[in-house]
Design a protein around this ligand. Structure first.
Ligand SMILES: NC(=O)c1ccc[n+]([C@@H]2O[C@H](COP(=O)([O-])OP(=O)(O)OC[C@H]3O[C@@H](n4cnc5c(N)ncnc54)[C@H](O)[C@@H]3O)[C@@H](O)[C@H]2O)c1
Length: 356
């Protein structure tokens, strides 16, 4: 039996996929409302293919609980936020989850951390807890880091077809975990060491952030010199080894806009490019707002009393508003556009605007 800990955007589809593929699964979350909802058939967020997956998982007897269960494999998918001042990871959610796992885990259990962590987090913050647990209980535990890279909006498909990484101390433990993921994963599963697995995950998201920042910087340069950035990118991309992304109003979500900060926090002297890219992407909502104002002025649109902001989520076809550039637009729009605001997004069921 596998106990999946944390039933959020990553943990829930993962638990359902494992169960739908024939594994005995208990999904655990500390959020009672979420657990009760799942027991009653309420899927807490929209995602293509989730309803089918849920039905298959329920047929295979998946259980949802707010308790941790005695078993020999745990998959931890709890949040890993970062401190907005120090830019360092906050490992407390993982630490709490691991401590609770150790209260119930059987001897020789495998504890897989799927949450994204900054390089070195497992050794610094998780391993000591496991070693302490081993000593206290006279047991051994296998520690594994298997970061997730699925794309919100296409999670169910990507769970099956993305390549995966398993970081482990021992090849034997890694192979055991690989076998379990192979019950649904149809792509390559690479077994490596824990620090390499940690770094490769954060590097993937940082790579995306830097490439988006390049496109955004080009947009600013082109605008400054009255050039069409899209035409420039279209032409440049005809070069066989050039593939520039599209500029946009910023970067959101819980991965690309967060993970590069882990590297900046840990290697402040070595991450000039990464830090600058984050800053460029974070500057885009304001840049977009100023451009809207400029276009309004140029075209004689003045004295508007109300602005409609359509689309709140950080990208199309997801209901996740975490770190969404639109939230920055929301905060700033009064300075640039109009005092009143109407916000609409068909994907977002509930949104609270706090008035100052
Ligand atoms: N969302 C993504 O697109 C994405 C993609 C790849 C990796 N990740 C990583 O996956 C991890 C989880 O992200 P998410 O988006 O699923 O987060 P989330 O906030 O959607 O879900 C986390 C869940 O964990 C639960 N939880 C917190 N502490 C717990 C505990 N001690 N025991 C049991 N449950 C607990 C919360 O109630 C919540 O339901 C993060 O490290 C994130 O960086 C996320």
């Amino acid at each position: 039996m596998i106990n999946v800990i944390g039933l959020g955007y990553i943990g829930l589809p993962t638990a359902l996929m494992f169960a739908a593929s024939g594994n005995k699964i208990i999904g655990t979350d500390i959020d009672d409302k979420r657990v009760r909802g799942l027991q009653e058939g309420v899927i807490p967020f929209e995602e293509k293919g989730m309803t089918d997956l849920y039905d298959k998982a329920v047929k295979n007897d998946i259980q949802f609980s707010n308790e941790y269960h005695e078993t020999d494999m745990y998959i931890i998918t709890v949040p890993t936020p970062y401190d907005s001042y120090s830019k360092k990871i906050d490992p407390t959610y993982i630490q709490e989850a691991v401590k609770t796992v150790l209260e119930v885990a059987l001897d020789n259990s495998t504890i897989v951390v799927e949450s994204t962590v900054s390089p070195g987090t497992i050794d610094k913050y998780v391993r000591p807890i496991i070693e302490h647990g081993e000593e206290e209980k006279g047991m051994t535990f296998n520690l594994v880091h298997a970061p997730e890279r699925i794309l919100p909006g296409n999670m169910v498909h990507e769970l099956r077809y993305n390549s995966r990484t398993i970081g482990t101390d021992s090849v034997e433990a890694g192979e055991k975990v690989k076998e379990v993921y192979e019950t649904f994963c149809e792509s390559e599963i690479v077994v490596t060491d824990i620090r390499t697995a940690e770094m490769s995950k954060v590097v993937e998201n940082t790579y995306r952030d830097i490439n988006i920042a390049f496109a955004n910087e080009l947009a600013k340069i082109a605008h400054f010199d009255d050039l069409n950035v899209h035409e420039i990118i279209r032409i440049a991309n005809k070069h066989p080894r050039v593939n520039i992304l599209n500029p946009g109003p910023g970067v959101g979500g819980h991965c690309i806009s967060v993970d590069p900060w882990f590297l900046v926090g840990d290697y402040p002297e070595l991450t000039g490019l990464i830090k600058k890219s984050r800053e460029i992407n974070d500057s885009m909502p304001n840049f977009a707002l100023k451009r809207i104002r400029e276009v309004m002025d140029e075209t004689g649109i003045t004295d508007i009393s109300k602005v409609g902001l359509y689309g709140l989520t950080y990208k199309a076809n997801v209901d996740d508003i975490r770190e969404s550039p639109t939230l920055q637009l929301l905060e700033q729009q009064r300075l640039h556009l109009a005092p009143e605001l109407k916000v609409y997004d068909p994907e977002v069921r509930r949104f609270d605007i706090t008035e100052e």
